[in-house]
Design a protein around this ligand. Structure first.
Ligand code: PBG
Length: 328
């Protein structure tokens, strides 16, 4: 059967019918807001390449998160900016480090907000790589010990979820074992399973001052050309104990997201990364695109491609726009 019997427009012509047959729904409950925490108490520094995003001291983080929670955002993911960096990234697993302090403060003030702690060392190492480096290469198994320690410290501080992003082989197993040993068998792991070596992380590295001092991350993050390998990474991480898996970045990897969604028995997250946010902001600032419309269209697309949850710097804006009844 075809035209004139079939007329898909019949279901499009009214707003009510469109809403009824909508295949993909986007709501604030699926959004996770990434935040950058500074060691200071009071501080709010704008991040130039990410308009609307700030490095926040702990007091400012608290007031920021209170407002996010009021907008309906249920979860944040924290990235720490330590006062000092060293070759072993000790600021990442210090008990009085910036992230454990922020977690304790947040859980005390806003117990209903889920706090996810990113587990990586690149924000804490003086060379900017995601673990221990020797001769220009990341030492995998030595790095695992530090990541495991870091995850346990964050769980001890009260993190609701830990999210390893270093792309070291075996990191999920090492972290699961360390969490269980420390009595945290109830704390889930959101694994950055398919994390590509991407140019889209540029603004984040400015925000976290975490650009590698030499070389790049291609020795541990994935080749953007590889699709099947993403499924392998996901399968390995689930075998090692991942409770959720992530694809990152989002926009250039919709095919990966949809394949992972089909293959994964656990929920799938997508990271709508800093460069993706920056592009929307930059075009909108020139009046070239309608930001709310485009941002909601992107988030709806990411959900449609297979993401159950989305990490996005547009979380707050999207919460507001959805409240106002705006559509993609
Ligand atoms: C840490 C980490 C990075 C991002 C999230 N966790 C940076 C990187 O791998 O260089 C990037 C997020 C973004 O661009 O928004 N390893």
């Amino acid at each position: 059967m075809a035209f004139p019997i079939d007329r898909p427009r019949r279901l499009r012509d009214s707003k009510l019918l469109r809403a009824m047959v909508r295949e993909t729904r986007l709501s604030v409950s699926e959004l996770i807001e990434p935040l950058f925490v500074l060691a200071a108490r009071k501080a709010r520094r704008a991040i130039p390449s990410m308009p609307g995003q700030y490095q926040l001291g702990i007091d400012d983080l608290l007031s920021h998160c209170e407002a996010s929670l009021e907008l309906g955002i249920g979860a944040v993911i924290l990235f720490g900016l330590p006062a000092k960096k060293d070759p072993l990234g000790s600021g990442g697993y210090a008990r009085d480090g910036v992230v454990p302090r922020a977690i304790r403060a947040l859980k005390r003030a806003l117990p209903d907000l889920a706090v996810i702690a990113d587990v990586c060392l690149c924000e804490y190492t003086s060379h900017g790589h995601c673990g221990i480096v020797r001769g220009g290469r990341l030492l995998n198994d030595e790095t695992l010990k530090l990541l495991a320690r870091e995850a346990a410290v964050y769980a001890d501080a009260g993190a609701d979820v830990v999210a390893p992003s270093a792309m070291a082989d075996g990191q999920v197993r090492a972290i699961r074992a360390a969490l269980d040993r420390a009595g945290h068998d109830g704390i889930p792991i959101l694994s950055y399973a398919a994390k590509y070596a991407s140019g889209f992380y540029g603004p984040f590295r400015e925000a976290a001052a975490s650009a590698p001092a030499f070389g790049d991350r291609r020795g541990y993050q994935m080749d953007p050309a590889n699709r099947r390998e993403a499924l392998r990474e996901v399968a390995l991480d689930i075998e090692e104990g991942a409770d959720m898996v992530m694809v990152k970045p989002a926009l250039a990897y919709f095919d990966v997201l949809s394949a992972v969604k089909r293959a994964s028995p656990v929920p799938v997250a997508a990271y709508n990364v800093s460069g993706e946010y920056a592009m929307v902001k930059a075009a909108a600032a020139r009046g070239w695109i309608d930001e709310p419309r485009v941002a909601l269209e992107i988030l709806t697309g990411i959900r449609g491609a297979g993401a159950d949850v989305i990490l996005t710097y547009h979380a707050r804006d999207a919460a507001r726009w959805l409240k106002e009844g705006r559509e993609a």
